[in-house]
Design a protein around this ligand. Structure first.
Ligand code: GDP
Length: 432
């Protein structure tokens, strides 16, 4: 899906705008800066067009270092987005920070739409007009809080937002795209350096972007891979505040471009919520997944036993992901990444013929029928795989299936087809 990012200084109304676009009332709009939300991207829809909305407002820097952090935020958003909504509060007008960010946005050559927010009534429209000065073209007056102008704004967005994300348009048949993910110091850059060796080929892709999104093509065992967003790995960002949020956005930007993710885990540290959150982002993105346990050279027997327990407990939900135990420092077993990546991608691309799928469903439902609910027994009429990458199935049913039952089907699909390294999705449509 094409990506629309919302950028602007703290308190200009980014969250309110996100809520308005998503058509929700309940969600977070708080006046105090510094409110952190975990989620940064949402699926949105307008006039039958679907897109991903990225909210950079989850991380609100304080006045200190505000320039740097808003700029950093904008930079990631631009890497990730196909179009940007730049929000200014008309009651405040354009500040020096805004001007700084605008220069960067204009350099990006991505479509940027200027939103003059907090125009709650007609009288304020004159102030909106003064934002022509920013050089971003026509300011679009809106009141995110009251909804004024938002429909027009979205109509305009659809005229500049490409139908397909720039990422998806990339040629197929080129090297497969890999994101290396993990919290700071797990060894991402070490892995990259070891794998790339002297043979670094930097590819500056995604026409129109001037900075960050740099990929590197790396040959491992005679096969070329494209590691995406390596600039994000090599460039260290030192932020006091918002570091998690920034990392999360970075991770999503990389995932957006990748087909498969290597999530690196440091075996000398406990598996933390950070790892779990990264894995969640991979699952949410629907990309293939390989787990790389790094710093294996530092592992002793005690820690090893403990690690095994941790894996069993914390990573049970991704037990299907291939695991490799490596040392980015010594180069140990790096070559094992290749078959793991290949396996994950092969699963990600798997298509099960409808005939086979339905034979399986018939077998499963005969063996283990759905329990009767409210006097009726929901039946699966038939199933079909609607897409690959990741494999996505739709079951047509005569009633709602229990979540446990859906999980049962999902589990059996895995048992039979493996799907090692890929999430799978099972949806259902009730036929009345
Ligand atoms: P990044 O932040 O994920 O890119 O992590 P780095 O690649 O910068 O690594 C962080 C630190 O861990 C550095 O001091 C590395 O030398 C060290 N390191 C990375 N991989 C290994 C490994 O496999 N074994 C050991 N012993 N140290 C490692």
């Amino acid at each position: 899906l094409p990506v629309l990012a919302i950028v602007g200084r703290p308190n200009v109304g980014k969250s309110a705008l996100v809520n308005r676009i998503l058509g929700r009332r309940e969600a977070v709009v708080e006046d105090k800066p510094g409110v952190t939300r975990d989620r940064v991207s949402y699926k949105a829809e307008w006039s039958d067009r679907r897109f991903t909305l990225v909210d950079t407002g989850g991380w609100e820097p304080d006045a200190k270092g505000i320039n740097a952090s808003v700029a950093a935020q904008a930079e990631v958003a631009v890497d990730l987005a196909d179009a940007v909504l730049f929000v200014v509060d008309v009651n405040v007008g354009a500040t020096a920070t805004d001007e700084h960010v605008v220069r960067m946005l204009r350099g990006s050559k991505k479509p940027v739409i200027l939103v003059a927010n907090k125009v709650d009534d007609v009288r304020q429209e004159a102030e909106a007009a003064s934002l022509w000065n920013l050089g971003l073209g026509e300011p679009h007056p809106a009141s995110a809080l009251h909804g004024r102008g938002v429909a027009d704004l979205l109509d305009h967005v659809l005229t500049v937002l490409p139908k397909v994300s720039a990422v998806a348009k990339e040629e197929v048949g080129g090297p497969r795209r890999v994101a290396i993910l993990g919290r700071p110091n797990v060894g991402k850059s070490s892995l990259l350096n070891k794998a790339a060796g002297e043979e670094r080929v930097v590819v500056n892709e995604l026409a129109g972007t001037t900075r960050d999104p740099v990929d590197e093509q790396v040959e491992i065992l005679g096969k070329v891979w494209r590691f995406v967003d390596t600039a994000g790995i090599r460039k260290r960002v030192h932020l006091q505040q918002g570091a998690d949020f920034y990392a999360s956005l970075r991770t999503q930007a990389a995932l957006e471009k990748a087909e498969v993710a290597i999530v690196m885990i440091d075996v000398t540290e406990e598996i933390s919520t950070q790892e779990l959150r990264i894995i969640d982002l991979v699952l949410e993105s629907g990309r293939a997944l390989v787990l790389a346990f790094n710093k294996w050279d530092l592992l002793d027997d005690d820690r090893r036993r403990y690690l095994e327990r941790e894996i069993e407990q914390d990573l049970a939900h991704v037990a299907w992901a291939p695991r490799v135990n490596i040392s980015a420092r010594t180069g140990r077993h790096l070559e094992k990444l290749v078959p793991a990546l290949e396996l994950a991608l092969e699963s990600w691309d798997t298509r099960i013929p409808t005939g086979k799928l339905n034979a399986l469903i018939a077998e499963l439902t005969a063996e283990h029928p759905h329990p009767v609910r409210g006097g009726k027994q929901p039946r699966i009429l038939f199933g079909t795989q609607v897409s690959t990458r990741p494999p996505t199935f739709v079951l047509f049913t005569t009633g709602f299936l229990d979540p446990q039952y859906r999980r049962f089907i999902q589990r059996r699909l895995r048992e039979i087809y493996g799907f090692e390294g890929t999430p799978i999705v099972v949806n259902m449509r009730v036929r009345e």
